[in-house]
Design a protein around this ligand. Sequence first.
Ligand SMILES: *Cc1c(COP(=O)(O)O)cnc(C)c1O
Length: 409
Amino acid sequence: MPYSGEHTLRNRHRFTKTASDPVPIPEESIEKAISILKSGRLFRYGEETGVMSEAALLERDFAGYMAMPYAAAVNSCGCALFLALKALGVKPGDDVLCNSFTLAPVPGAIVHAGANLKTVDITGRLAVDLEDLERKIEQSDAKVFLLSHMRGHFGDVSEIIDLCDRYGVSVVEDCAHTLGADWAGRKIGTYGAISCFSAQTFKHINSGEGGVIATRDPELAAKIILMSGSYMLYPQSGAAPPLEVFEPLRDRMPNFSMRMSSLTAAIIRPQLTELPAWIKQWNSLYKRIEAKLSDVPGLRIIPRLNDEHYVGSSIQFCVENLDSDRRNAFVQSAKEHGVFLKAFGAERTDGFTSRYDQWLYAPAQERLQRTDSILSGLMDMRIALSFTLEDCDIIAAVIRESLEDVYQR
Ligand SMILES: *Cc1c(COP(=O)(O)O)cnc(C)c1O
């Protein structure tokens, strides 16, 4: 009997919405964007000083949101990571560490800086394996660890920071999926020397493209602002250190032209006000799916620590003991019933998945056994703010039935 026919007979659940519905653009953002367009002042700097552009206002507001003194608005998180590495003095040929579970813009930023990527293993929580981190610090000359809180998993960040501090290694936090998250009451993005955020459509704030950098180090902040391409108009920045910090640096920093436009900033700024409500909604949807999947045989939800206050904008789980044919059949069965899962173990990375053994532009990495075994069964699904709790129940039912389906074959 044909595959789909069987399912019709069994009357399976079917999900009909899309998980790739973007984060909504508030009305206020739209009005601001239109007024910027009408004014023609899309570029963030003017030659006359005294007026704060939307980009400068975003820097001010973002620094306020993060309770950090300095922020710089740039054109993507990937560029933010690159600028962070440059500001920390990473030179071509230097080793830079990063956790193995991350997205392609992270190795991309390291390669962009001409540095030598070295991957660090992960744990079953998708957090950094501290033992491997210590080993890699000892075995390399890395002075920077690019800590990617991939898909919003971070574990005990303070342990990672303590370890890096002991070795004099600076931490850059990749907060693309952790804007609004905290560890033990302290915001993710306030632990490292520099933190980088994304406003790409599928992150927590949406301007299509965009990035923000935060730091509490005045010299790093000045370097980043200059390198982002401020020309000598940096006094118009919105959350910058005092002008005398720029003085010795202003002619020494190259301009990499990675600024954010005022149009982008105008779209983002009102979203910071909406964010706390969005986070509540994401987490209630996440917890519903998590609860409904908690007793599915052969499925392991990625566990969270009590102090790990994440933003549930996507959910990850592992299917265990499935060979690659059955894993593919599971993904296919879910897809035929409207649930789009991304499999990190697939032969080829696809869409927004990324695996360290497939970054052929970087030096070949030693095999990481734990990463390999975790990623082989790792599934990933976006959670859209347009979902309802009932949608979550249907999604979980589709996942459960798809797994039962492949187990029965
Ligand atoms: C999206 C993402 C980035 C890059 O963000 P862009 O703004 O698209 O450059 C970096 N790291 C992680 C973990 C991401 O998910």
